[in-house]
Design a protein around this ligand. Structure first.
Ligand SMILES: Cc1cc2nc3c(=O)[nH]c(=O)nc-3n(C[C@H](O)[C@H](O)[C@H](O)COP(=O)(O)OP(=O)(O)OC[C@H]3O[C@@H](n4cnc5c(N)ncnc54)[C@H](O)[C@@H]3O)c2cc1C
Length: 415
């Protein structure tokens, strides 16, 4: 389908596709088997200037938005959903800085994230705070010019590889959810160390680590937004970052179907190619239709978000307010419902499509030296992280209920 992409967007796809096909395909199996972080591919992505496609030019980016970021993640994930994750986690680290950070913070951290000189990560999950971030136990107490952070975070993607981390900790445990605040912590800060490296089902080329903070002193200036506004920062981030998970899921599904089609047009049984059986053709048709429906939804949501965010970024450069404050002043809509919808739709689609791809390939589809089973393993995480799909459904339903209540109030006022 023709999505009316611009010249720049088509160039981004070409650059990412070249890395995917020429560099990633030949190493993905090894990186998955050895659970090795893909530093040589990181270098290729840096050289192609693809880490900062969604960031404003004043912070070293190339001025695109979520659609451009999604195109990079989709193309790289088409080859390997584990290797592509280093781009998405850097963006997940960058969004709270871009949206809630002041000018000095944006200048300090976004430039390196845009060039890929330093990778980013985002850490909110804890052993007792998964879906329920309000249970955050990590604390940050203000002592003079520093916050002192104590606690343990887990399941941090790009952990250890990243150098800039956005982190959530309680500055006032008595205030519960309203006591959580957001910070930036740099690798190498005394008191910040890495614990267990997780062994995983999928996305094994990305490192998932436990992070340990013991008397870790970070400068007061590393607080993002207001004290106590951490959950607002987290939700405001997910509103913009969940399409990145959706892009990863979309690329994984497309890659699995590409590999499957190349195989079933050659493989013969009963003196016919597998692709000539109608039962298989119907599965192929369903997979292709679901992929295209997911892409159409994702691109249109990204475009709508990008229009609003670009306007707010430009305005905030003039009014010296944060992007978040500017969005509020503009009366901008939140993207909670739409970003949950694309994440939910694309990841459920990817799980169905990759499972069907294994089925279409038969026994070889189940084997680790054939690429299709890895797509199915990699797809699974997209239904779990940045909020499980149960949580996405909760959020969508909550937004629908809110909208109904607003409509009711408007109707009552008009009556
Ligand atoms: C490979 C990997 C990488 C990750 N990367 C990161 C990262 O970079 N940064 C980070 O901060 N976190 C990361 N995570 C954490 C991830 O976001 C959490 O695992 C996820 O949010 C779910 O939390 P949990 O694992 O504690 O599951 P739980 O919250 O214990 O949930 C268990 C089950 O209960 C369901 N459930 C829970 N609450 C509800 C509810 N209210 N209604 C209905 N069902 C519910 C869930 O959907 C799930 O099915 C990563 C996780 C993995 C596995």
């Amino acid at each position: 389908m023709d999505y009316q992409l611009t010249e720049d967007q088509r160039t981004i796809i070409e650059l990412a596709r070249e890395i995917a096909q020429k560099k990633i395909v030949k190493v993905r199996e090894e990186y998955d088997e050895k659970e090795k972080f893909p530093w040589d591919i990181v270098e290729e992505i840096r050289k192609a200037d693809l880490f900062g496609v969604y960031l404003p030019e004043e912070y070293g980016g190339t001025g695109g938005g979520n659609l451009e970021l999604g195109l990079v993640v989709e193309e790289l994930s088409r080859a390997c959903g584990g290797i592509s994750l280093c781009v998405a986690t850097s963006a997940l680290c960058a969004f709270p800085i871009l949206i809630f950070g002041n000018e000095a913070q944006k200048k300090k951290w976004l430039t390196d994230l845009a060039s890929g000189k330093r990778l980013g990560a985002f850490t909110i999950t804890e052993p007792e705070a998964g879906s329920d971030a309000t249970s955050t136990k990590t604390t940050a107490r203000l002592e003079g010019n520093h916050y002192v952070i104590d606690g343990t975070k887990n399941f941090c993607s790009s952990g250890e590889a990243a150098q800039i981390y956005t982190l959530f900790a309680s500055t006032n445990p008595r205030r519960g959810p309203r006591g959580i605040s957001a910070f930036v912590v740099e690798k190498g800060t005394p008191g910040f160390s890495f614990g267990k490296k997780e062994k995983k089902m999928g996305i094994r080329a990305n490192s998932t680590y436990e992070l340990i903070f013991h008397n870790c002193k970070v400068p007061k200036e590393n607080l993002l937004g207001q004290e106590g506004a951490g959950l607002l920062v987290a939700q405001g981030t997910f509103d913009y970052s969940r399409p990145g998970v959706a892009s990863q899921a979309l690329g994984i599904a497309q890659g699995a179907l590409d590999e499957t089609l190349s195989y079933i047009r050659i493989r013969k049984q009963f003196n016919q190619t597998i692709i000539s059986f109608q039962a298989i053709q119907h599965m192929m048709a369903d997979c292709a239709t679901q992929i295209e429906a997911a892409r159409a939804l994702l691109y249109s949501v990204c475009r709508a978000m990008d229009r609003q965010l670009h306007a707010a970024v430009q305005e905030s450069a003039k009014n010296k307010k944060t992007v978040h404050e500017t969005l509020r002043a503009m009366g901008a809509s939140r993207w909670t419902k739409e970003s949950a919808m694309v994440k939910l739709f694309c990841s459920d689609m990817a799980m169905r499509v990759t499972t069907d791809c294994v089925q279409m390939c038969g026994g070889i589809g189940f084997m680790r030296d054939f690429p299709v089973e890895k797509y199915m393993r990699d797809a699974k995480i997209t239904q779990i992280y940045e909020g499980t799909n149960q949580i996405q459904r909760n959020e969508i339903a909550m937004m629908l209920i809110k909208e109904l209540a607003q409509q009711g109030r408007r109707a009552a006022a008009a009556a």
